[in-house]
Design a protein around this ligand. Structure first.
Ligand code: C6P
Length: 407
């Protein structure tokens, strides 16, 4: 592998202190990165430094510390803007993560734009976070765009699924379960040709691919900090200014108002209209630190390295007798979902854990995907920039051992 990440893997791994820890007496082989990533030292240190040196509420105080904290929080917004190439800083709304970002749009868009009987199109491979918020809109009908047996989205069916009642298309850029990279630029083009906006769930794409919301022409884009080496509890929603201006606030409270009176309240300008209450200003600046860390390594380098890991893992796992992979689309991110013979995924996952390999088991919050294949769940290995082929070898050896136990 001639790649920046491969060449610097030891230094990179040293940036993540947990990778050097013994877990239950064994070194940690962490292959559950789609659930959450481990944090580099610089992110953890940023959080500590914020609390030790810069802790004051933002947008409120005239005092010096509050101004320092406000500036850092707004600089973090600028870093997010730059990272996903949004046009304007005020098009970035800080949220708790992808889930809250999608709920924000579903709630506000639902109130402003959706009548009973109107339709929202999602894909059959969505995470529950991109299905249920749309189902919560009173009277909305949520319809799936299906996928083929190999996990490729049947984009060609989109045109037929769009009706005069279609109000929005919501689609993951990368499936957390199948790993499929969806052609969101094409989806957006088709939807826009019918005047329909598109929300892109970027939870699993931002950590692994270069995202440019302007090039995509996405109307909304959501992602979580904790999946891209940042802290939990912080994420972002990008919304095109024209959409954010049209939508009503999501939550009410401090910071989101212009003037409050019992006769009527007016709202703050963007982005604050959508940020009620004290924001997670510690989280935002730590997220910015994580994004800078990723930028420093190079998103393209990370994507190329992880692709090598995915190809290697797929080849090696296929040498296991009776192993079946779910999701083999030609365009795939670094996730492998699989089952071995009739071994229950919980049994497989639990024993893998005892053998020192952390993977996720279950439906991965994507039950419609499980229904598609008529299964209860899978075992999922998902890779990050600090994983190695040696760790994949440990996974494959462990899976083979479990397979032998159940023979
Ligand atoms: N997927 C996984 O193990 P939050 O929880 O808000 O940070 O992200 C929700 C979410 C939304 N969309 C996609 C495509 C996701 O993968 C996730 C989170 C984790 O796959 C936890 S269920």
């Amino acid at each position: 592998m001639s790649n920046y990440i491969a060449e610097h893997i030891d230094e990179i791994r040293a940036d993540f202190p947990i990778l050097g820890e013994q877990v239950y007496g064994k070194p940690l082989v962490y292959l559950d990165n789609a659930a959450t990533t481990q944090k580099p030292r610089c992110v953890v240190e940023k959080i500590a430094a914020n609390y030790y040196k810069e802790n004051a509420n933002v947008h409120r105080g005239v005092h010096f510390l509050s101004q320092v904290a406000t500036e850092a929080h707004e600089d973090a917004r600028e870093t997010v803007r730059r990272f996903i190439n949004a046009k304007e800083r005020h098009e970035i709304i800080f949220t708790r993560g992808t889930t809250e970002a999608i709920n924000l749009v579903a709630s506000s868009f639902g109130r402003a734009k959706v009548q009973p009987g109107d339709e929202i199109l999602v894909t059959e491979m969505e995470h529950h976070s991109n299905i249920v918020p749309w189902q919560l809109i009173p009277g909305a009908v949520v319809k799936p765009i299906p996928f083929a047996e190999d996990g490729t989205l049947l984009v060609e069916q989109l045109e037929q699924l769009i009706t005069p009642k279609t109000k929005l298309v919501a689609c993951a850029q990368v499936s957390n379960t199948l790993g499929t990279i969806n052609p969101v630029a094409d989806i957006i083009k088709i939807a826009h040709s019918h005047g329909i906006p598109v929300l892109v769930d970027g939870a699993q794409s931002v950590p692994h691919t270069k995202v440019d919301v302007q090039a995509l022409d996405a109307d909304f884009f959501a992602f979580s900090g904790h999946k891209i080496y940042g802290p939990t509890g912080i994420g972002a929603l990008y919304g095109k200014e024209e959409w954010l201006e049209q939508l009503p606030p999501y939550q009410g409270g401090g910071d989101m108002i212009d003037r409050v009176a019992f006769a009527g309240t007016t709202y703050a300008a963007l982005p604050f209209k959508f940020e009620a209450g004290t924001p997670d200003f510690i989280g935002s600046t730590a997220l910015a630190e994580a994004l800078r860390y990723v930028e420093k390594l190079g998103v393209e380098n990370i994507a190329a390295y992880e692709h090598e890991l995915l190809t290697y893992a797929t080849e090696q796992l296929k040498t296991v007798d009776g192993l079946r992979i779910f999701g083999e689309s030609a365009q795939k991110s670094s996730v492998v979902s699989f089952l071995v013979g009739n071994i229950h995924p919980y049994d497989l996952g639990t024993i893998l854990d005892k053998l020192g390999v952390a993977v996720r088991t279950g439906h991965h919050c994507a039950q419609p995907v499980m229904d598609h294949f008529g299964i209860e769940g899978t075992v999922r290995a998902s890779f990050a920039l600090y994983n190695t082929k040696a760790e994949i070898d440990q996974l494959v050896t462990a899976v083979k051992r479990v397979a032998r136990m159940f023979k």
